[in-house]
Design a protein around this ligand. Structure first.
Ligand code: ATP
Ligand code: MG
Length: 208
């Protein structure tokens, strides 16, 4: 990207992608005047190791179906299984070297910030990118929370909190709905819904 451009990254399992992800990406993009948002599906999420995760190819395909109508959205295969980048810190280092003169914003929901202490080398992340935390129903950024209380002051100075339209939608709920034969219509793009049914995803249930 050109010098001075603003790049945002949103990482996740996207199992499956839904309107919560898309609203977060689009509203953060507009509010922060970001040029491009890159969705990075995790290969083998280190924090979901004990849990079954749908094949990377299916998650990637659903992301493509969900984002193809937004010219500011892109998908990265940096964390494709086998490529070796499965920690955020490594991915951001790589993006930094690919885009040396670009501001990088790391987007996450409030729930993700509450797990930041489990991320590899998270203290170093703040030097590589700016954090943008978007509101998510049921998760409150309360500095008395022990994880947040441990965050260095420079994080609070640098981190932006962005209010987005509330979407009480999660991939976990969508997977459970499919397994139980309940509707998922209007929780995610119609093309993704069709893909899920055409490929028989989530029907058997995957929760442990
Ligand atoms: P799961 O239930 O499997 O954990 P999820 O819905 O939380 O899925 P992830 O792929 O874990 O989706 O999330 C990727 C990123 O998107 C995280 O930073 C998460 O906080 C954010 N996010 C997901 N859903 C929402 C939502 N409804 N509102 C705001 N942010 C969201
Ligand atoms: Mg999640």
């Amino acid at each position: 990207m050109e010098a001075g451009a603003k790049l945002a990254v949103i990482g996740g399992t996207f199992d499956p992608v839904h309107y919560g992800h898309l609203i977060a990406a689009e509203h953060a993009r507009v509010q922060l005047d970001i040029d491009k948002v890159i969705f990075i599906p995790t290969g083998r999420p280190p924090h979901k190791i004990s849990q079954a995760v749908t094949d990377w190819e299916h998650r990637l395909m659903m992301l493509q179906l969900a984002t193809s109508d937004n010219p500011a959205f892109e998908i990265s295969s940096l964390e494709e299984p086998g490529r070796g980048f499965s920690y955020t810190i490594d991915t951001i280092h790589r993006l930094r070297s690919l885009n040396p003169a670009t501001a990088i914003y790391f987007l996450m929901g409030a729930d993700a910030l509450l797990t930041i202490d489990t991320w590899k080398d998270y203290q170093q992340l703040i030097a590589l990118c700016s954090f943008v935390v978007v509101t998510r129903p049921q998760y409150v950024i309360d500095r008395s929370n022990p994880v947040l209380a441990d965050l260095p002051e420079e994080w609070w100075l640098q981190m932006r909190q962005v209010e987005i339209p509330a979407m009480d939608i999660s991939s976990t709920d969508i997977r459970r709905r499919v397994a139980a034969g309940r509707t998922i219509k209007y929780l995610l793009p119609g093309l993704v819904e069709e893909y899920i049914f055409a490929n028989d995803l989530y029907r058997g249930g995957m929760e442990t």
